[in-house]
Design a protein around this ligand. Structure first.
Ligand SMILES: N=C(N)NCCCC[C@H](N)C(=O)O
Ligand SMILES: O=C(O)CCC(=O)C(=O)O
Ligand SMILES: [Fe+2]
Length: 330
């Protein structure tokens, strides 16, 4: 069985690393991003306490009765932020069998786009909000470090991406997956997977998985599905659509899905999406032909504003999407 590669990012996390150490890491990053676009990240500097704490917070929130969780229901937010119950998220017209809290960068509501607004935070657990605000800060810093490695891996200056990510539009999902068999037992209609096949929308996703095995699956370039079993001490990282666009398909925005069937236990996972600035225009980078060794360099893609891509995806993600369209959000 194939396994995902491991990337040690410490040369970009520690201050005062040598240029040689960074170059070595960047070379490896290049190989991994062009071959699969999914890897385990170690040497990231985030403490076990923070990594595990996210699961403790998540489990405590999801263990509450539905009425309590619905106090911050996403249906109450015109900004797509808050709690979505089982089956409320949709992927490729099928209902996903998970419940989640969706968070985005907190910004004043603004008529230019429906997603802009404030998050909904639960009353309990008590320190949930401060925990995840701190988590966001730490992950944002890590995202910038990995983007410096990505810049060098593409033969660009280390800080090339800084101006595109200095106001990154954070997205985070705090997810709970009951076993998929529950949906069948409860005769739920139109349920697909725990989370159906999709690619992520931005730059880098840092998935903080619990220890459940054989749940997250990744499709490689040959079409084979590989299990992204959690590796203790690592984040499971994948690239999003904006890196694929930036690199004209040299780097992969890898399709993945979640199927949680193999146990009676709930699975928690907290993907942190490190994104460009909302208004960043992503235009294909002027990459050297030599980077494409062996591969055909495709015609550059059309430039896109990241925020437009995010909005078009998010608007289609919920069972109540039609209502939103009728309300004039689309
Ligand atoms: N912010 C991100 N990347 N969220 C990914 C959610 C994936 C499932 C969603 N229903 C979909 O179809 O995309
Ligand atoms: O549950 C996971 O580990 C991954 C979830 C995911 O792919 C997503 O929410 O985009
Ligand atoms: Fe994903």
């Amino acid at each position: 069985m194939k396994e995902l590669p491991v990337v040690d990012i410490s040369a970009f996390v520690k201050p005062d690393s040598s240029f040689e150490d960074k170059e070595k890491t960047a070379k490896h990053v290049h190989k991994v991003c062009s071959e699969i676009g999914f890897f385990y990240l170690v040497g990231h500097g985030i403490s076990d306490e923070v990594v595990n704490g996210a699961h403790t917070q998540a489990r405590e929130f999801f263990a509450q009765p539905k009425e309590v969780k619905d106090e911050i229901s996403i249906r109450k937010s015109p900004h797509f932020r808050g709690y979505q119950c089982l089956g409320e998220n949709v992927t490729k017209s099928k209902r996903d069998w998970h419940e989640a809290i969706d968070l985005y960068k907190d910004v004043p509501p603004n008529d230019s786009n429906p997603i802009h607004g404030h998050n909904q935070w639960p009353e309990k657990p008590e320190n949930f909000r401060s925990f995840f605000e701190n988590y966001d800060q730490q992950m944002d810093k890590l995202g910038r470090s990995v983007m410096r490695a990505i810049a060098m891996s593409l033969g660009l200056e280390e800080h090339y991406f800084d101006k595109y990510i200095n106001d990154s539009y954070m997205c985070m999902r705090i997810i709970n997956y009951p076993p998929l068999s529950d949906a069948a037992e409860q005769k739920e209609e139109n349920v697909g997977d725990s989370c159906g096949v999709h690619c992520d929308y931005g730059l880098l996703t840092f998935v903080n998985q619990d220890s459940t095995k054989n749940a997250l699956w990744v499709q490689d370039q040959s079409g084979e599905w590989i299990s992204a079993n959690p590796l203790p001490g690592s984040f499971t990282v994948n690239l999003g659509d904006m890196l694929k666009l930036w690199t004209s398909n040299l780097y992969q925005s890898t399709p993945h899905k979640v199927i949680h069937t193999n146990s009676k236990a709930q699975r928690t996972s907290i993907p942190y999406f490190f994104e460009p600035n909302f208004d960043a225009i992503i235009s294909p980078l002027p990459l050297s032909d030599s980077l494409f060794e062996g591969k055909k360099k495709p015609e550059p893609f059309q430039p896109k504003k990241y925020g437009d891509h995010l909005t078009s995806k998010v608007l289609g993600n919920f069972t109540f999407g039609d209502t939103l369209v009728k309300k004039g959000y689309n």
